[in-house]
Design a protein around this ligand. Structure first.
Ligand code: HEM
Length: 468
């Protein structure tokens, strides 16, 4: 898995430090084509052939695939200052979300993260519980007709709509439903075009090609609504308890300064994008795995029946619903919505005994590490029992990192888990979901990992629900 160190211009060989091996692509694009076509298959294949650190080339860039938890810990946590988010694709994402938390870097990122962290405190988030279950129940009422007629619904689309409504309402408390529709439509359009633009940002946005005009029009729609809301809120001086009001009232501890309108806009856009598609895909995959594992589904229903006894789930119930939480955690292992994380090395480094030159692009792929056989027995088997507190504590921290780690760990992780837990309990209390027989399901690596052909499912009322 290693080869003797060779001298590359600009790299000083260190005695005892090896150069990692990888494919010798003679194509001008290096591994970019194979990676772009099917990144997960490519990464799994590289890991099988070359091991835990694999050197690849993208055009002129050195790239490294890093799969081992120890090295992931080094990058995300121990030596995180050496690894920036100054990555080609993330820079393209800036055209949409500006300098929000996901794309920001260095001191400016740290300043923003400190300002925003209190808004995501677990206790504050609990206030959104009723909003989440209420919005879910509204969706279930719409499902009733489909259930009665045995008509399938695309559950991936349903989960996307639901989490978009929830993030919109938690961010702005938009009860102006027409505007929600407009923003919702624009965000959906943009979500589809973001990836296209991120993978090929040519021609740049200021050249009015049909795609770019489409992007700009959706961006203007969202910007206008977001800007109007910020202006109105600044004038009102009232607290509405949503995330936006927390961002507007956040103050730097030392200087007392708040965020500018531009910074608030960028953070809001970032939360809109980062905060719905990931959670929606976690839920879509959860319905899929439950439909494949009746014994797990049965245990989940037994827990819900015993704890809820027919009541609507609330945040207070969640600590008494550990099995449903473990189902979500195991789904995040097999189908991590954020399927890859990228960094660029500022200076050369040494990873697991291998020399990494400055400016190398590092890719960490939770989808592969979450199947690493040194840490996961029978990795492909769906088994929520892996997440009992004892078994989880016995694993290295970075064998499992669906929310990343270190200082840049997902700020919305508690929100996402609370939201998914409440939605899972509220829906499962009423329905069993069955995949339409013969429908092909496979992961597709877009911005997030989603079911490629959607998820048509039929609904069967639970006994609890029938009794009502
Ligand atoms: C299941 C749902 C979610 C998953 C799997 C997920 C995953 C991730 C991951 C892996 C990162 C780190 C990326 C990196 O280090 O390169 C991240 C960052 C981030 N996430 Fe999430 N996320 C989820 C839900 C949310 C939600 C609900 C929000 C907001 C409401 C959110 C907001 C953010 C933000 C702002 C960052 C950037 C944090 C920073 O760099 O300071 N995420 N997320």
């Amino acid at each position: 898995m290693s080869e003797p160190i060779t001298t590359t211009p600009g790299i000083v060989p260190v005695p005892g430090v090896k150069r990692s091996s990888g494919p010798r692509s003679l194509l001008p694009l290096g591994s970019a084509y194979a990676f772009g076509r099917d990144p997960i298959r490519f990464a799994l294949d590289m890991w099988h052939r070359y091991g835990d650190i694999v050197r690849i080339r993208f055009l002129f860039w050195h790239g490294y695939l890093v799969f081992h938890p120890d090295q992931i810990k080094h990058i995300l946590q121990d030596n995180h200052r050496n690894y920036t988010k100054d990555i080609f694709t993330l820079n393209a994402f800036k055209a949409f979300v500006g300098n929000g938390l996901v794309t920001n870097d260095g001191d400016s990122w740290l300043h923003q993260r400190r300002l925003m962290q209190p808004a995501f405190h677990r206790k504050r988030l609990a206030a959104f519980g009723t909003l989440i279950t209420g919005t879910t129940v509204e969706m279930l009422e719409r499902w009733q007709g489909f259930a009665e007629q045995g008509q399938p619904l695309d559950i991936a689309v349903e989960m996307m709509r639901l989490t978009l409504r929830i993030v919109g309402q938690s961010l702005f408390t938009i009860d102006l439903s027409n505007e929600t529709e407009t923003v919702g439509r624009a965000v959906t359009t943009l979500s589809k075009l973001v990836l296209d633009y991120m993978s090929a940002p040519f021609p740049p946005l200021w050249i009015p090609t049909p795609r770019n005009r489409h992007i700009m029009s959706a961006l203007r729609t969202i910007d206008t609504v977001v800007q109007d809301i910020i202006t109105a809120r600044r004038q009102q001086h009232t607290e509405s308890g949503d995330l936006l009001s927390l961002l507007l009232s956040a103050r730097d501890e030392e200087t007392g300064a708040g965020m500018s309108d531009k910074q608030v806009r960028d953070e809001v856009m970032t939360l809109l994008f980062a905060g719905h598609e990931t959670t929606s895909n976690l839920l879509a995959w959860t319905w899929y795995v439950l439909a494949q594992h009746p014994e797990v589904e049965q245990r989940l229903h037994a827990e819900l029946d015993a704890v809820l006894a027919g009541q609507r789930p609330s945040v207070e119930h969640l600590t008494n619903l550990p099995y449903s939480r473990m189902v979500l955690e195991e789904t995040l292992r097999l189908y991590p919505p954020a399927w890859s994380l990228a960094r660029k090395a500022r200076a050369g480094d040494c990873l697991g005994g291998y020399a990494i030159p400055a400016k190398s692009v590092i890719l960490m792929i939770p989808y592969v590490t979450h199947r690493h056989p040194a840490f996961w027995e029978e990795p492909e088997r769906f088994d929520p029992e892996r997440f009992t507190p004892e078994r989880a504590a016995a694993r290295p921290r970075y064998a499992y990192f669906p929310f990343g780690g270190g200082p840049r760990q997902c700020i919305g992780n508690n929100f996402a888990l609370m939201e998914a837990h409440l939605i899972l309990a509220t829906v499962a209390q009423r329905y069993h979901l069955h995949l339409v027989p013969g429908h092909a399901v496979e992961p597709e690596t877009l911005l997030t990992l989603r079911p490629r052909y959607g998820l048509p499912m039929t609904l069967k009322p639970t006994e609890q629900h029938q009794l009502r």
